[in-house]
Design a binder for this molecule. Structure first.
Ligand code: GDP
Ligand code: MG
Length: 601
């Protein structure tokens, strides 16, 4: 039995890396090696517990797990937090870092240091974590240990001996990883004060209510204790607490230095906020929380069935508990009724939120074209911020507009510099400088530093970057501020009516080209109906382009010449149901997928 008060026997660390470099697989091996999960219960990337994560093969959520491990005849508690690698889920990483004293930095032996390797490393250094560099996938035939070792030494300034060499898949070097964690990651600081814990994640459980994932920074807590959320001031009683192994395993107490969960019994989801402190009743000061994160992309969500507005609200409230980077506020639109404006960290984040609302809360949604926010200075000197193109005032009222800009880092083999520079120019990028990842190696890879409008990065830049570099480039971006731009609102008219969800803001010099491309694309998406449909692109009432969808009559009862009345009725019912998945604009039915499809080129 472990003496839990012996802080020297606790190690808290997370695994950080670029996407796909093997974090979740290394976590599997650690779970196996420490006997936390039995062989027969083992499956690949066990900590990716959401269906969505397993289907897509990516980690979306951070996931804590507690292991015990015997080393030199002493028993250690080792708390691991697995993190996502994609830039849209950076907030999950930054919160994980704050709950740990160390980080394993994984680098794929065939890929080398990539954009999110650096982004996550810098974050870990900001949190003053002990970094343990690991080269993973050493079993791959195209592993290049020499080159990757050089890259890590030049980036971290560590020595060659500090770098562990591992194959997470084949289970090579795992013991070394555990021993190094015990030797190098500092144990949590001794702190005898009143109970204080930082909420780094939370979720809603149908039976338990709100569950908070916490890292304890001082004192201890046990079942039945009266505690409070320090910022919101709400009192609660601890109904249950425990650790993840990786399933929830209840305990009677949690001590300083430990990572676990607290069931608050609270059904009101607004009470618990990630970054708040749960503490003893006498505590006044909260622990330093997290930086509030600002969304970079906005889109509006409306229920397909207008009567599901409250379900959508409830779904968002609960999802927010589990996704601290999600932002939303109510909004209403003439055409679409009551809904919400949501803010995201990127398009993948948007897609995941939409999928989760659909799967976890059974909601069918209409989503407007994602957009960044714009600052608009009106002629009367009033400054407004708009989040959707439809909010943009008439051009005659506008003095000046500005849009968010980002710092973009692209890492790639030097051969692709030319291609990437051409691409950046197409996306309105401004070149800053070039950096080499490591010195004195042949074919060293480079980092191109650019600045570019965020709006042009969020849609399909990454796909194009991947395709022109045969998948060898990676990128990271970070918003740096607003810059003045010449922008216009481009509207799409379906059968003479503006469809708000299709409107977008575009640079004036590409408006015409973009308008033509959009109606062409829409023509392929809108199904024929029993009358001709005109599609038009327009700027401030001036038509730029037009396409027609010709008439077509889909008579489902055609085949049933007269005969069976009930069968006929059944078919008509079925057709009616099918229609519910569509949104009517005037007389025209637009399939739900059209709204997202229009985004992708
Ligand atoms: P994550 O995105 O960093 O969590 O990466 P995953 O753990 O999901 O792994 C990404 C892919 O790399 C999966 O297909 C793994 O099977 C594979 N992978 C992970 N570690 C190794 C390794 O050591 N060797 C090889 N050959 N493949 C690995
Ligand atoms: Mg993963």
């Amino acid at each position: 039995m472990v003496n839990r008060e012996k802080l020297e026997h606790i190690r808290n660390f997370c695994i950080i890396a670029h996407i796909d470099h093997g974090k979740s697989t290394l976590a599997d091996r650690l779970l196996e090696f420490t006997g936390t999960v039995e062989k027969r219960e083992m499956k690949e990337q066990l900590l990716d517990q959401m269906d969505l994560e397993r289907e897509r093969g990516i980690t979306i959520k951070l996931q804590p797990v507690t292991m015990s491990y015997r080393h030199d005849n002493e028993e250690y508690i080792i708390n691991l937090i697995d993190t996502p690698g994609h830039v849209d889920f950076t907030y999950e990483v930054s919160r994980s870092l704050a709950a740990c004293e160390g980080a394993l930095l994984l680098v794929d032996a065939s890929q080398g240091i990539q954009a999110q390797t650096l982004a996550n490393l810098y974050m870990a250094l900001e949190h003053e974590l002990e970094i343990i560099p690991i080269i993973n996938k050493i079993d791959l035939p195209n592993a290049n240990l020499k080159k990757v070792t050089r890259e890590i030494i030049d980036t971290l300034g560590c020595s060659e001996d500090d770098i562990l060499k591992v194959s997470a898949k084949k289970g090579i070097g795992i013991k070394d990883v555990l021993t190094t964690i015990i030797k190098k990651v500092p144990s949590p600081k001794v702190n005898q004060d009143d109970f204080k814990s930082l909420i780094f994640d939370s979720f809603y459980d149908e039976y338990k209510g709100v569950v908070a994932d916490v890292r304890i920074y001082s004192g201890q807590v046990k079942v039945g204790d009266k505690v409070k959320f320090v910022s919101s001031g709400n009192n609660i009683e601890v109904l249950e607490l425990g650790v993840y192994r990786p399933k929830m395993e209840s305990r009677l107490e949690l001590f300083n230095g430990e990572v676990g969960y607290i069931v608050t019994g609270n059904k009101d989801v607004s009470q618990c906020r990630v970054g708040d402190t749960i503490a003893g009743m006498n505590v006044v000061d909260a622990l330093p929380g997290y930086k509030e994160i600002k969304p970079s992309v906005y889109a509006s969500f409306y229920p397909v069935d207008a009567s599901e507005y409250m379900e959508l609200k409830d779904g968002l409230d609960k999802l927010k508990l589990n996704d601290a980077s999600l932002f939303y506020e109510p909004e209403s639109s003439k055409a679409l009724g009551r809904g919400f404006r949501l803010g995201f960290l990127g398009l993948l984040h948007l897609e995941i939120v939409q999928e989760r609302l659909k799967r976890e809360y059974n909601l069918d949604l209409i989503i407007t074209t994602p957009s960044v926010s714009y600052k608009v200075l009106l002629k009367d000197n009033e400054q407004i911020t708009i989040y959707t193109p439809s909010e943009l005032p008439d051009r005659s009222l506008i003095q000046q507009m500005s849009e968010p800009w980002a710092k973009v880092d692209v890492i790639m083999p030097a051969d692709y510099i030319g291609g990437v520079m051409d691409l950046m120019q197409k996306y309105r990028g401004v070149y800053k400088n070039t950096e080499y990842i490591s010195s004195g190696v042949e074919n060293s890879r480079v980092i191109l530093h650019y600045e570019a409008p965020l709006a042009s990065l969020i849609i399909d830049f990454y796909d194009n970057l991947k395709s022109i570099t045969s998948g060898y480039a990676s990128m990271n971006y970070e918003i740096i501020g607003f810059q003045v731009s010449d922008l216009l609102r481009l509207d799409i008219l379906v059968a003479g009516d503006i469809v708000e969800a299709f409107s977008r803001i575009v640079p004036a010099d590409v408006a015409f080209k973009e308008g033509r491309a959009m109606v062409k694309r829409l023509k392929d998406i809108i199904p024929r109906q029993n009358f001709k449909i005109t599609l038009q692109a327009a700027i401030g009432g001036k038509i730029l382009a037009r396409e027609d969808v010709s008439a077509f009559r889909k008579d489902v009862t055609e085949k049933l010449y007269g005969g069976d009345v009930t069968r006929k009725r059944k078919l008509l019912e079925k057709q009616k149901k099918g229609k519910k998945k569509m949104r009517e604009v005037g007389n025209v039915e637009i399939p739900q997928e059209a709204f997202l499809k229009m985004l992708k080129k």
